[in-house]
Design a protein around this ligand. Sequence first.
Ligand SMILES: *Cc1c(COP(=O)(O)O)cnc(C)c1O
Length: 385
Amino acid sequence: MTSQNAARGFASLAVHAGQEFDPTTGAVIPPVHFSTTYAQDGIGGLHGGYEYGRSGNPTRTALQRQLAAIEGAAHAFSFSSGLAAEDTLLRAVLRPGDEVLLSNDVYGGTYRLISRVLAPWGIGLRIVDMSDLSAVAAALEERPARIVWVETPSNPLLRITDIAGLAALGHAAGALVVVDNTFASPALQQPLALGADVVVHSTTKYIGGHSDVVGGALVLNDDALAAEVGFLQFGVGAVSGPLDAWLTTRGIKTLDLRMQQHSRNAAAVAELLEGHDRVARVYYPGLPGHPGHELAARQMSAFGGIVSLELESGEAARRFAESTQLFQLAESLGGVESLVNYPDAMTHASVRGTELAVPEEVVRLSVGIETVDDLLADVEQALRV
Ligand SMILES: *Cc1c(COP(=O)(O)O)cnc(C)c1O
């Protein structure tokens, strides 16, 4: 990050970092570089370090600079998916016999990656409720872990973990502290500034923001770890393609605006739900009654766009999820359009029957940036069905 970057605000960095105009044409938007290979001035005479598309691509470099700037970090790496980013980080850090301490409400794919892909290579896994730091302390006292991995807000129950407190506990036990910042995005929460070592993103969600590109990222400060991650990104090759990188870059330019509107709309939806007699419980960290409300107010600048609700039965939850009209029934989240998801049979079907199972009465809403009255009317009519 340049000293100029350090002085600029989030929205300015999101628009400008890595986005200098093209010096050959003056094009304000840098071109998308599709070339897989780069001409050399004599053997080894590279232009700007570019040699081959897996090792480096200018469009990917631009995105990586933009990602590092908006998380206030020294290094960022862009991958073909969130899980590819996670896999690269886990393999860069872990060795057979090491253990990961995972929060009990993480993305199902993260749990699957560790428990089913990495476990056969000798990686252990323990699960703990990280919104309870005393439980984390007890787990680390019982046995050290190489990595402490948390999602906050969590998916889909919006539990809030104290990132600074977790980082202190993790570091005292010699662990690397990883925060999956997908739900908040760097517009609302900056885990590295709170003491985390690595931020993970599924850029498929809010960062891309338009449900049209799958991608992932790792953002970190430590130079030695960055060298390991960079080596594996090159050596294994799960890089983002140029068009994917460019779409993600375009998404980031409006991230700040979008997150504010997502948060405003989600707050209105959460308030409507909270006052509704058909709704048993609302999960939204912006509501004063949410157990993590005060903590979220401290470590986030707004409460985000995800709201979960609990209805009286699994059947009522399914009926609600199938009755909205503007909220489309689909997996994923974080796009400009509102989505409804029934976790038990959709996003979280792979963790059914495990410690990460989601109650069958729960529905998750990804509240988009549409006109709020239309969203409220849609939720109301679906609750009446
Ligand atoms: C979607 C998601 C992932 C996985 O990312 P992909 O881009 O789908 O591979 C990881 N963490 C969270 C919180 C997610 O929502």
